[in-house]
Ligand binder design. Structure first.
Ligand SMILES: *Cc1c(COP(=O)(O)O)cnc(C)c1O
Length: 569
């Protein structure tokens, strides 16, 4: 307790000294900045956390705003038949965050909903502090339903979602003002969830151009159905007067308030999260100017301890300058392999101890971890168990480690987990497969560093960017993936990894049968033989993953592009 109180006093001091300086507010429904704060579901939240970390490292004057999500996303358990069970997470909120005295409120369905705020600080490599604010509606005086609004990330129905978006967007901007920030003049909406913030700015400024000057929008969804929208009459009843009659035509589509279109209308700068995703977004929303800034990951967060040691010794300065990882080309191959084996042993020990997986340190290990949903085809690799078994017999032993949660309401995502469990049983003894439950930042770090190859099989063009393959690259782990998202930029065949499926016809929808064949053929004829038979060449590929991809696909580079292209433009 003593430690906590001292730390809290420190926090309060630093927030006071920062007040008045930040220029940018970063609003995101989820922020995954700390392993112990489970207020993220996946890629979007981890990206937000990594963004804030790089801003802190680079002294970028930004503040983060998100929802508290007292029960996080959910804790995943899977029974022996592959049924996903969702349990609430309890985290030590008051040990990790500091409750501040500031309050504000929003109007939902005509009711006043009071908000309070929790504070977290991330200290960058040079000591520069970026605050993150977690909005909380669970306070006395609020209606029972309203008190639940900051409990579950992506929980509840459409109404719950819209109420959460009112809190994030409108409440977020009001809270920053209640906290005394006076110099923020850029609001970065990370995905459409925060788009209602534009209505609060419009209410205050009463001038579309003025709002536009202040708003930056990053879209993450290359599928039309993935964009939040609400029937206009319903949105009106929830939002009330803040929905401006005069511009309704501009911000609705097919009589729905569409959060992406709202953000597009009010932003002076809009981007997708990889070059291809920029193109796809321009086709989806003709008439808007949409740029692209390819995602990255926060280098020192995702480099495993063994590689941290190696880089500290051989590439001093890499922690404050991710571009220095270019010089990984000069790393000793034995040292790379030894660092990899250390990271791999940690993962293998983990699955052997926890799941009795019986895996070996020396066997070729494939990793696949991400949100489990149909378009990512998690079962593509194991969908022909006979073929896979033959490959293992011919080319060498194969181990597969899976992880990932399905959204509770994604029926086909839940089904795919069951399918993996079914195949796991039929293939037992021939190919070792294990499924690590409750995928989170800790597991993600262990898996991206400890597997030999990182597999990704999205149906094109559904993967906006993907970032776990970038984490793998930071640990010298090559990616094997369909050419979608960031991989179109990071893939050099046989040098940074391998492609699955056709290269030239990238605008075609993926063909499962063709992709499966290509996946198996490459494993059998190129990848596994190289792993077992030409270690020197394999480690050279590992090295170029670090030198070519980690040095570029990091959030230091990404944040610098946001600063130049979005924030100060
Ligand atoms: C990195 C990460 C993700 C996102 O990975 P993608 O490749 O973008 O799907 C999701 N969840 C966790 C826990 C992660 O660490």
């Amino acid at each position: 307790m003593d430690g906590k109180i001292t730390r809290n006093i420190g926090k309060t001091k630093s927030i006071t000294s920062l007040k008045g300086k930040p220029k940018i507010a970063y609003l995101s429904m989820e922020i995954g900045i700390d392993e112990h704060i489970p207020t993220y579901s996946g890629g979007l939240g981890i990206l937000a956390g990594d963004t804030i970390k790089s801003c802190a490292d680079l002294n970028v004057p930004i503040v983060g705003v998100t929802l508290l999500c007292e029960n996080g996303y959910f804790y995943q358990k899977i029974d022996e038949n592959g049924n996903q069970i969702e349990l609430p997470i309890q985290f030590a909120i008051s040990d990790l965050l500091e409750l501040l005295p500031s309050t504000t409120s929003v109007t939902i369905e005509g009711r006043e909903v009071k908000l309070r705020v929790w504070y977290y600080q991330f200290k960058g490599i040079n000591g520069y502090v970026v605050p993150v604010f977690f909005l909380d509606s669970n306070i006395e005086g609020n209606d029972v339903w309203d008190r639940e609004l900051t409990k579950h990330l992506y929980g509840g129905d459409n109404k719950y979602r819209l109420a959460q978006e009112i809190i994030l967007g409108i409440g977020g901007i009001r809270m920053l003002q209640a906290l005394g920030y006076k110099t923020i003049d850029k609001y970065h909406m990370n995905e459409g969830h925060a788009a209602l913030g534009t209505l609060e700015l419009y209410r205050q400024l009463n001038d579309v151009e003025k709002v536009r000057k202040q708003c930056v929008f990053t879209t993450h969804t290359p599928v039309a159905a993935g964009h939040d929208q609400f029937e206009l009459s319903y949105a009106k009843s929830m939002l009330g007067d803040i929905l401006p009659e005069g511009i309704l035509d501009d911000i609705t589509f097919e009589n729905k308030l569409n959060m992406t279109r709202l953000a597009l209308f009010f932003s002076h700068y809009v981007n997708g999260v990889a070059k291809k995703h920029g193109e796809v977004s321009r086709l989806m929303f003709p008439g808007y100017s949409i740029d692209s800034i390819t995602n990255g990951v926060h280098t020192s967060t995702w480099v495993s301890e063994p590689f941290q040691k190696l880089f500290d010794k051989q590439i001093p300065g890499w922690r404050s300058d991710s571009y220095m990882l270019r010089s990984a080309f000069s790393l000793d191959k034995d040292e790379i392999w030894n660092a990899h084996m250390d990271a791999k042993k940690k993962l293998i020990n983990f699955v052997n101890e926890r799941y009795n997986a019986g895996m070996n340190y020396n066997d070729f290990t494939i990793g696949f971890a991400r949100r489990q949903t149909a378009y990512k085809r998690p079962d593509l690799l194991i969908s022909d168990p006979n073929r896979l078994t033959q490959i293992a017999e011919k080319a060498g032993p194969i181990q597969i480690i899976y992880a990932g949660k399905a959204h509770p309401k994604d029926g086909s995502g839940r089904d795919v987990i069951k399918k993996i469990f079914e195949i796991m049983k039929t293939i037992q003894g021939k190919v070792k497969i294990t499924y690590i439950q409750n995928y989170d930042m800790m597991i993600g770090k262990m898996m991206t560093a400890g597997t030999d190859i990182w597999l990704n099989t999205p149906r094109r063009p559904r993967e906006a960017s993907g970032t776990s393959g970038m984490k793998a690259a930071h640990n010298g782990v090559p990616q094997f993936s369909t050419l979608d998202g960031w991989w179109l930029e990071g893939h050099i065949e046989n040098i940074t990894g391998w492609a699955i499926g056709p290269e030239k016809t990238e605008d075609e929808e993926s063909d499962d049968e063709k992709d499966r064949n290509d996946l198996y053929n490459k494993l059998e004829t190129w990848i596994i033989p190289k792993f077992y038979g030409d270690r020197d060449n394999w480690v050279r590929t590992m090295r170029s993953c670090i030198a070519i991809n980690a040095s570029f696909f990091n959030t230091d580079r990404m944040v610098q592009q946001y600063v130049l292209n979005a924030y100060f433009r």
